[in-house]
Design a protein around this ligand. Structure first.
Ligand code: PRF
Ligand code: ZN
Length: 384
């Protein structure tokens, strides 16, 4: 893991391994500076350079290939130059595989932090101590150059899901101007093996989205993300946006939907030809007591688990389900033992990776229609 070998394709190379004949689903291999990524791929969230509570080898065990960190958080704590001097993000967190950093374009547009926005960047107040700061397309790339991820997201403007059309258009056009600036600067600022992805905005307005995909495609990024989804819009509209827009994104570049989603969202996105995802659901739900399984979701605090000696998910082969009972997890949770969070996070991440791996294998084996229908049935039977 994480080693580039002589003869590996150049970072940024996307091999399309298989395409499903009945949908837009596809399975690819993306080459990075720290080895290949098999897609579709779910990326756990490690905002500050750690997936809360887990060791790097535990991330491998649950099936993580790429870890997501956030350049915004790392810029404020402990600082990009500090990360650089401590071995870059890979050395700092001792994770040998690929890392992707988000730009923070999402965090600073939350109502609490946004101060002032113009065509060259955004003024905001940090959520750490309320101090003033400024983020520009250049400052984001400079932070990412120091932090050292394999995949760098550029600065974008993510408006709220209920913004009106003119606000959506303004955010989209500003994102395009920032993307032009990032495209112009990236070769001077990033290392050659660092990939740089553009971010498509436009809400659930398909006309805006199409226009934005076409505008960003001209800038020849190494991959393209759909941002601005799962920000309060109705779920069917989000799924319709995947279906209409993902197939229109450059075919020979990776496609990434940011901050998505539930198992149902992942199924809808994969069917539409999306390759990459990240979401806090498996790790955050774990901390809140929510266990995700192929039989649905439950809260481990429920008294009915007091005497339940079955594993969290009888169909799961993870290191938690092969050893521990629901009653034990509940006991740890009730007593606030930190082991509970570790066990629940390991299981939930394993489940998410299995949910995606089952689809990846099916696309490659040529039986995606059947497997996707079976997963649809799982979702219909029990609420996720
Ligand atoms: N932009 C960026 N990061 C993000 C988003 C976005 O729109 C989202 C929206 N779901 C999550 N993370 N830069
Ligand atoms: Zn399990």
């Amino acid at each position: 893991l994480g080693r580039r070998s002589e003869g590996d394709p150049a970072p940024g190379t996307l091999e399309i391994v298989a395409e499903d004949p009945d949908s837009d689903a596809r399975s690819c291999r993306l080459w990075t500076g720290h080895g290949p990524v098999e897609t579709p791929c779910f990326m756990p969230v490690g905002t500050y350079g750690a997936v809360k509570g887990l060791l790097p080898e535990e991330l491998r065990t649950v099936g993580s290939q790429v870890v997501l960190a956030n350049a915004y958080h790392l810029t404020h704590r402990p600082g990009p130059e500090r990360v650089r001097s401590l071995g870059g993000i890979h050395g700092f967190m001792h994770w040998p595989g690929p890392v992707l950093t988000d730009s923070g374009g999402y965090q600073v547009f939350s109502l609490r932090s946004l101060q002032k926005i113009d065509d060259s960047g955004v003024d905001y107040r940090t959520h750490f101590d309320g101090s003033k700061a400024r983020m520009t397309p250049r400052s984001v790339l400079e932070a990412e150059a120091a932090i050292g991820p394999d995949i760098c997201m550029i600065l974008d403007h993510c408006p709220p899901g209920d913004a009106d059309r003119s606000a959506m258009r303004a955010a989209m056009e500003r994102t395009t101007r920032w993307a032009r600036e990032a495209a112009r600067l990236r070769r001077d600022i990033l290392r050659p093996e660092q990939l740089c992805f553009g971010i498509v905005q436009g809400g659930t307005d398909l006309e805006l989205r199409r226009e934005h995909v076409d505008a960003l495609a001209e800038l020849d990024f190494d991959g393209y993300a759909l941002g601005g989804l799962s920000v309060g819009e109705p779920i069917p509209k989000m799924h319709a946006t995947f279906a209409a827009i993902a197939p229109r994104m450059p075919k020979h570049k990776p496609r990434y939907v940011m901050g998505i989603g539930t198992p149902a969202d992942l199924l809808a996105a994969i069917r539409s030809g999306v390759d990459m995802f990240d979401c806090v659901i498996p790790s955050r739900h774990a901390r809140n007591g929510q266990i995700l399984t192929f039989q649905g979701r439950f809260n481990i605090r429920n008294g009915r688990f007091r005497t339940d000696d079955r594993p969290p998910d009888p169909d799961c082969a993870c290191p938690v389900c092969s050893r521990f009972s629901r009653a034990y997890l509940r006991h740890l949770h009730v007593h606030n033992d930190p082991l509970y969070v570790r066990l629940a996070t390991i299981h939930n991440l394993y489940f998410f990776h299995q949910w995606v791996a089952a689809q990846r294998q099916a696309i490659r084996a040529g039986n995606y229609a059947a497997v996707a229908a079976a997963l649809d049935a799982v979702l219909a039977e029990r609420r996720h």
